[in-house]
Ligand binder design. Structure first.
Ligand SMILES: C[C@@]1(CC(=O)O)c2cc3[nH]c(cc4nc(cc5[nH]c(cc(n2)[C@H]1CCC(=O)O)[C@@](C)(CC(=O)O)[C@@H]5CCC(=O)O)C(CC(=O)O)=C4CCC(=O)O)c(CCC(=O)O)c3CC(=O)O
Ligand SMILES: NC(=O)C1=CN([C@@H]2O[C@H](COP(=O)(O)OP(=O)(O)OC[C@H]3O[C@@H](n4cnc5c(N)ncnc54)[C@H](O)[C@@H]3O)[C@@H](O)[C@H]2O)C=CC1
Length: 447
């Protein structure tokens, strides 16, 4: 039998009540009323406050006369005040009998009411609240200890990462965009899975959620930045890239926008790349600062050169920002100094997948050479055969596979050229993985 959460009666229903343009009546003008004004005005309600002038505290006077966010009626409450069709009534007066009476009147008219000094007369309680942009955290003790609610709220607020409100705000923009890309109701499932995965993968690091956020502050001239996002570890991006990501109006990324969404948005086109570039262009035409975020380094097997030419054709010269390529960071993960005095004086970086699936001309064996092969996993058998049969690699030349370098699932496997395809099968190595071949592997690793 499935087990479900137990029901624990005796609480109150916690909601985020939408009161935009709703009519709220506040009775009283002391410090409690001042707090109520802030709460309901932050929720965009229309406020009428009834209280004789000599009862107004300084803060309430400020809200009435300086902020001008309150319609003020200079007298005591009268029963006919409730004829105004209020959506909510809040009393904060020092006359207990009158409080109770107003509460009862509201109850009779089914107007939701909070009576500051009579919890039993409240349809809802106010909570101790922390707000940061759209993020709202509220603590309730369900009437048991308001001061404790205040202390607990402060403790929670102090533990939040800086910038979290901005992160939440940008997430809202991003979710709006995702829905614009594909408004189909029937795609709600994939949309939700993507947003969930994004949140889980990138957590609430403000910077990283910002990297995929899209905002619309138009500037006069658009600029395109071709930015290297590094190998996957959020800490391995440059300070410059981070700054651009934080300030950009639009960030278009192929890594952070995973296949599920590309599938969603690219139904009209079978070329994801073109579609992404078109988005950039749209932003540029609006005068936006656009970041085209590439994994690794844009110009090392990142097709960055092609994108520069494409943007030039469209009248924009991209600003290039380098990133750390896995060609360097992956060997480092495996403690391989790709050059090392006396062991390796050159490093050749190549790919296992050339244009249209071709195999690049691999270099001859040289004992002082380190070979780094990106996108090699699917070609392990071919690579092994070429290195052994055509390029003179001794069978026992050390190799290392570094899978998911600089990501949480990172894995490093050492072997020899003779075994390099075998270990891919045995250890089930999958892309993305970097292959390193050469004597430099043995310098810091005792195998
Ligand atoms: C039932 C409730 C109805 C309601 O007002 O909605 C209610 C009732 C009463 N409060 C009283 C006293 C105090 N209230 C505060 C402060 C807050 N009170 C708030 C809410 C609530 N107060 C609702 C329950 C919410 C919950 O428990 O979760 C907060 C959270 C929100 C807000 O008001 O905006 C706000 C913190 C704001 C912030 O953190 O920012 C302080 C501390 C202080 O002022 O510094 C004291 C003195 C110390 C103490 O008593 O703890 C008394 C008089 C008791 C007496 O005479 O002895 C009553 C009446 C009674 O209990 O009978
Ligand atoms: N819920 C809460 O968090 C808290 C509730 N309280 C309770 O809330 C009430 C208000 O607290 P404060 O703002 O500090 O009081 P306060 O004494 O500073 O202000 C009371 C206000 O009510 C006005 N008033 C009195 N009778 C009125 C009427 N018939 N019509 C219109 N206005 C009227 C007065 O002119 C004054 O402006 C008190 O009863 C207090 O016990 C106090 C602290 C916290």
């Amino acid at each position: 039998m499935a087990s479900y959460a137990p029901i624990r009666p005796g609480g109150s229903l916690i909601l985020a009540w939408q009161t935009k343009n709703r009519k709220v009546l506040i009775v009283g003008g002391g410090q409690v009323a001042a707090g109520r004004i802030v709460s309901v005005k932050e929720a965009d309600a229309q406020v009428t406050l009834i209280c004789p002038e000599d009862g107004l505290c300084d803060e309430v006077k400020h809200r009435i006369h300086v902020d001008k966010v309150v319609d003020w009626v200079d007298r005591c409450f009268q029963d006919s005040d409730l004829d105004e069709n209020y959506d909510m009534v809040l009393t904060a007066i020092d006359d207990h009998e009158e409080s109770l009476r107003i509460g009862q009147l509201c109850r009779a008219r089914r107007i939701p009411v909070n009576v500051a000094d009579v919890p039993s007369m409240c349809d809802f309680y106010f909570m101790s609240q922390h707000r940061d942009g759209p993020l709202q955290i509220a603590v309730s003790t369900n009437g048991q200890g308001p001061k404790l609610a205040n202390m607990i709220r402060q403790k929670i607020a102090a533990s939040l990462p800086p910038g979290i409100g901005e992160t939440v705000r940008r997430m809202g923009i991003l979710r709006g965009k995702v829905r614009q890309w594909d408004p189909e109701i029937s795609n709600s499932g994939p949309r939700m899975r993507w947003v969930t995965k994004l949140c889980e993968d990138w957590g609430w690091s403000a910077t990283l959620v910002q990297t995929i956020a899209m905002t619309t502050n138009a500037k006069t001239t658009g600029t395109i930045y071709l930015v290297g996002g590094g190998p996957g570890d959020p800490e391995l991006i440059t300070v410059k890239a981070q700054r651009l990501l934080q300030t950009a109006d639009l960030v278009v990324s192929d890594r952070l926008i995973p296949q599920q969404v590309l599938d969603l948005v690219n139904r009209k086109s079978d070329s994801a790349q073109d579609e992404l570039l078109e988005w950039c262009l749209e932003g540029l035409k609006k005068g936006q600062q656009v970041v085209r975020l590439k994994i690794g380094d844009p110009l090392l097997f990142g097709r960055g050169g092609e994108e520069v030419l494409w943007f030039r054709d469209h009248g924009y010269e991209p600003v290039l920002v380098p990133g750390i390529s896995s060609a360097f960071s992956a060997p480092m993960v495996a403690n391989i100094p790709v050059t090392h005095r006396g062991t390796a004086d050159q490093v050749i970086i190549t790919t296992g997948r050339g244009t249209k699936g071709s195999m690049p001309d691999l270099p001859e064996y040289h004992p002082m050479r380190t070979l780094v092969v990106l996108m090699a996993v699917g070609r392990a058998t071919d690579l092994q055969q070429i290195l052994l049969s055509n390029k003179g690699y001794p069978a026992n030349t050390p190799i290392s596979w570094i899978e998911n370098a600089n990501c949480p699932e990172e894995r490093t496997i050492f072997s020899t050229v003779e075994q390099m395809a075998n270990v891919v099968d045995e250890q089930n190595i999958v892309a993305p993985a970097v292959l390193v071949v050469g004597q430099s592997i043995n310098v810091l690793n005792t195998l």
